[in-house]
Design a protein around this ligand. Structure first.
Ligand SMILES: *[C@@H]1O[C@H](CO)[C@@H](O)[C@H](O)[C@H]1NC(C)=O
Ligand SMILES: *[C@@H]1O[C@H](CO)[C@@H](O)[C@H](O)[C@H]1NC(C)=O
Ligand SMILES: *[C@@H]1O[C@H](CO)[C@@H](O)[C@H](O)[C@H]1NC(C)=O
Ligand SMILES: *[C@@H]1O[C@H](CO)[C@@H](O)[C@H](O)[C@H]1NC(C)=O
Ligand SMILES: *[C@@H]1O[C@H](CO)[C@@H](O)[C@H](O)[C@H]1NC(C)=O
Ligand SMILES: *[C@@H]1O[C@H](CO)[C@@H](O)[C@H](O)[C@H]1NC(C)=O
Length: 406
């Protein structure tokens, strides 16, 4: 609570009691999370025994009435399938010999088929690098002259089994380009850390996205790769399945600026359909240091989603396997950093996080610190009003419960 104490000093008189009262109030109030509150999460690596390993990571999150399946794979470009079913008993079925064949259609199934309520996929297709010298940082402006992109379909990945951590329900894909003539990735890695959750919470690391048991987090980190210019910006191309004829929508939400995400007033989300649906959610911020902080924060810009011809994108066998070949793809670009300020060039480090899930995306509530500051700003009369209102409200509730018992 050191930052809190500092704030208190800045705000003048500050008794601990209002803070305590308000944090109690906050913990007592429901978070308003929909969906299943807890899930039994298991991580399973489905291996083909080939070298280099082409692993499938199956995350199965079982709730009372539903199961979420996340299937992450480094077969082709790194991709994830998200399948939500309305039974706690649905299973994933994989036929490896068919999956690695030239026509993988039908080799990956979630059964029973009629339990599927929602399914879609994300494919991480290309890593871009731009020369941002002489470019302006105005929003919507191109990030600079592009260098030849790195195709994530031509990456070599680690054996995911070695990074599997059942305690944190996480695993990390670490990869580097198979062909690396300039040696840029000689000691560099692109790491994608996947983490599932059995209940709601918030990680210690910024941007501290609020997660629920209905979500899975991806943290993308580029570490140690030698940039091709002095002011290189990196970008990631993400493809997804659209519903005919539209692409999923991307929404920008104003968000509360608080201790969890200082100076980030926005929450971006991609929604596949009308609510409740599948979603991707992220804060438009990336970090140039492992210890993400306000000092190492960089902007993250997302381009609009556009329909894309499938043959222009590296193809994902797991997407073909599950959805077949007749698909509408939509793609967008994320760009991390700006030509000025902090950048990848500082420490050859860059990280960015997102949540993938189904249902209603988690929404931030006011944090105890912000409520505390409000309480101090309102002062004692405001608090008394608040307490009075609460007393009336609860009194009324008790009264009505008492009556209903009668
Ligand atoms: C991955 O590692 C695990 C445990 O270290 C091993 O059992 C498995 O055979 C490896 N898979 C491949 C494809 O090398
Ligand atoms: C599960 O389904 C049953 C019957 O449809 C329903 O009564 C119950 O509220 C559901 N539970 C949850 C957690 O959705
Ligand atoms: C996997 O697919 C191949 C090719 O279609 C088929 O011959 C084989 O029987 C399948 N294996 C299983 C276990 O279903
Ligand atoms: C940037 O602009 C300066 C002045 O206009 C020019 O001399 C320089 O070559 C430019 N650099 C790049 C990388 O385009
Ligand atoms: C990078 O900066 C150094 C020193 O400022 C300069 O000598 C070099 O030409 C620059 N390289 C590029 C690719 O702009
Ligand atoms: C992403 O940016 C690259 C480089 O500017 C461009 O070639 C590609 O078409 C963009 N992709 C999308 C989906 O906008």
């Amino acid at each position: 609570m050191s930052s809190c104490e500092e704030l208190c000093r800045g705000w003048g008189p500050c008794a601990p009691s209002p803070m305590l009262l308000l944090s109690l109030l906050l913990t007592a109030s429901p978070l308003g999370l929909l969906g299943e509150e807890t899930r039994q999460v298991s991580l399973e690596v489905i291996s083909d025994g080939l070298d280099p390993p082409q692993n499938l990571l199956h995350i199965r999150a079982v709730g009372t009435n539903s199961t979420l399946h996340y299937v992450w794979s480094s077969l082709g470009p790194l991709a994830v399938l998200l399948v939500a079913t309305n039974t706690p008993h649905s299973t994933l079925n994989v036929n490896w010999s068919l999956l690695i064949s030239s026509d993988p259609e039908g080799s990956l199934m979630v059964l029973p088929k009629d339990s599927i309520q929602f399914s879609s996929a994300l494919v991480f297709t290309r890593l871009f690098e731009f020369d941002s010298t002489n470019t302006s940082d105005a929003a919507g402006k191109p990030p600079g002259k592009p260098y030849p992109p790195y195709s994530l379909a031509e990456f070599s990945w680690n054996n995911i089994t070695d990074s599997l951590d059942p305690a944190t329900l996480s695993a990390t894909f670490r990869g580097h380009p198979i062909r690396d003539p300039t040696g840029a990735f000689a000691s560099g890695t692109l790491a994608l850390r996947v983490q599932a959750f059995s209940r709601s919470g918030r990680p210690a690391q910024p941007p501290r996205l609020l997660h629920t048991a209905d979500t899975c987090q991806l943290e993308v980190a580029l570490v140690g790769a030698i940039p091709r210019g002095n002011r290189s910006l990196f970008g990631l191309e993400v493809a997804t399945l659209g519903q005919d004829p539209d692409c999923p929508s991307v929404q920008e939400q104003r968000s509360i600026d608080d201790e969890y995400a200082p100076a980030v007033f926005q929450l971006d989300q991609l929604l596949w359909g009308s609510l409740p649906t599948g979603f991707v959610q992220w804060r438009p911020v990336a970090f140039s240091q492992k210890q993400g902080s306000r000092d190492s924060a960089m902007p993250c810009q997302a381009s609009p989603l556009y329909p894309t011809l499938a043959y222009l994108l590296p193809q994902s066998p797991i997407v073909r396997a599950f959805f077949g070949s007749q698909n509408n793809f939509c793609a967008f670009n994320l760009t991390f950093g700006a030509s000025t300020g902090h950048g990848y060039w500082d420490q050859h480090y860059l990280s960015w996080s997102m949540l993938l899930g189904v249902g209603t995306p988690p929404v931030d509530a006011l944090s105890p610190l912000v409520l505390g500051i409000m309480a101090v700003a309102l002062g004692a009369p405001g608090l008394m009003l608040l307490a009075g209102g609460l007393f009336l409200m609860l009194g009324h509730k008790w009264q009505s419960e008492y009556q209903s018992i009668n």
